[in-house]
Design a protein around this ligand. Structure first.
Ligand code: AMP
Length: 301
């Protein structure tokens, strides 16, 4: 048995350029990355919107991961599209184009069977939409959310009201500084936790991630890789690994949270090895277990 994880997020066709090459209109979106990563560890239910041009083979791929797609609605019109280009320093990227398309009419609705999911993750979408999901939950043990610089700048009020209602926030370091208005990451973490989420994960790209909670501070490295092909979605896969692991542990205690951070880093490390969800399409549970052990060896002596 395992707890179930419900994710609400974007489903996209991404076009990505990095120093290693490019990919056109590949499956992406915060919800897709999270769902696929979490599906290796626990049962996942997904709420998202696809356009009428969404490739049926990608829907089949999501279903083949065991993801419950009852909450995936299809609307007439083109699927959400995002185009990004990374700098030589892959921690920096520019959004070249963003077409909301069917996303503009999206109002997430949880199917009745999803309303008692033990864990719920609100992947990066407009904070008002994320909040509308919270009000639909009937019994839920733990909620988490992600966000991005765009919403911190343009929709701060909705974001702050969302933060007051979630247990966990997962965010990258530059966004944490922006949200807190504070440059020091420890002080920024304290300030964000005072806004609502008792647990805060700060993702630091190739430098790993930090966990701030009532239990103190915990750090995980990123797996040292010879080549990063495409960092898109690494943060969502990190969160998917965290929630998948918590669900599999059926626990939210400090040890479960720390273990979950390691699984987050494992899933993120695979995500960056190929464009889009490429590497996760061939990933096996054995690969995950092997890298989990390699992670433990990274700091054991
Ligand atoms: P990350 O690299 O973790 O920021 O996630 C990248 C994913 O976020 C891509 O697959 C995009 O399709 C998706 N994305 C980009 N902008 C937005 C947005 N404004 N709302 C929702 N999803 C987005």
């Amino acid at each position: 048995m395992s707890w179930s994880v419900c994710v609400v997020g974007s489903l996209a066709l991404d076009s990505i350029e990095t120093s290693t090459g490019r990919a056109e209109e590949v499956l992406g979106g915060s919800g897709a990355y999270f769902a696929v990563a979490a599906s290796f560890l626990a049962p996942v239910r997904m709420v998202a919107v696809a356009g009428s041009d969404f490739p049926p083979e990608e829907r089949d791929f999501l279903a083949s991961c065991g993801i419950d797609l009852e909450g995936l609605v299809e609307l007439e019109g083109p699927t959400f599209r995002w185009t990004g280009r990374y700098h030589e320093d892959m921690n920096v990227r520019d959004t070249l184009d963003l077409q909301l398309n069917v996303f503009a009419e999206f109002s997430p609705e949880l199917p009745p069977a999803y309303r008692n999911s033990e864990l719920v993750f609100l992947a990066n979408i407009q904070p008002g939409l994320q909040a509308s999901v919270l009000s639909q939950l009937e019994s839920c043990r733990y909620t988490g959310a992600d966000t991005m610089d765009h919403w911190i700048e343009s929709d701060r009020e909705s974001l702050e009201s969302l933060l007051a209602g979630v247990h966990m926030l997962s965010i990258n370091d530059s966004e944490a500084r922006m949200l807190a208005g504070e440059n020091n990451i420890v002080t920024a973490a304290e300030r964000i936790r005072s806004m609502g989420p008792s647990t805060l994960i700060i993702k630091r790209g190739e430098y790993g991630a930090l966990l701030f909670s009532e239990d103190g501070t915990f750090a995980v490295p990123a797996f040292p890789l010879e080549e990063v092909v495409d960092p898109t979605g690494a943060g969502d896969c990190f969160a998917g690994g965290v929630f998948g692991s918590l669900a599999a542990s059926e626990s939210l205690d400090p040890t479960a949270l720390r273990r979950a951070m390691l699984y987050g880093s494992v899933l993120a490390s695979f995500a960056v090895e190929d464009f889009g969800l490429g590497r996760l399409r061939t990933l096996t549970r054995e690969d995950i277990d092997e890298r989990y052990s390699a992670f433990l060896d990274l700091t054991r002596f």
